[in-house]
Unconditional design. Structure first.
Length: 116
């Protein structure tokens, strides 16, 4: 378990409850932000058609998540940055986090975030 995963797990029950409507739980929240970081990085590397629009959307989602966390009294920028750091640490060490999220669940969560 990484430092940010430990920090998320140690949040009070009241704070953890705030994650439920959008993410289900803090572990899923971590996975969503991790996947956002991965998608952003891969988009920057591969530069698919209209990648600029995709990166803009990824940045927008990330900002909304940071703002949501900040509204809950957490340090949104730092928490998201810590998860992004976990992704890059895994990337440079050729590790991949297993994800139990289906694409459908991931997209549904992103849609909830965009409505915030």
């Amino acid at each position: 378990m990484t430092a940010i995963q430990t920090k998320l797990a140690a949040l009070s029950t009241d704070i953890q409850t705030l994650f439920v409507p959008t993410y289900g739980d803090v572990a899923t929240f971590y996975t969503v932000v991790y996947l956002i970081a991965r998608n952003g990085h891969l988009t920057e590397q591969e530069k698919p058609a209209q990648y600029e629009l995709r990166l803009e959307m990824i940045r927008s989602v990330r900002t909304k998540i940071e703002d949501q966390l900040t509204a809950w009294g957490l340090d949104g920028e730092d928490m998201v940055a810590d998860i992004v750091s976990d992704y890059f640490e895994d990337f440079v060490n050729y590790r991949e986090q297993p994800s139990a999220l289906t694409n459908e669940i991931f997209v549904a969560i992103i849609q909830k975030v965009m409505k915030l």
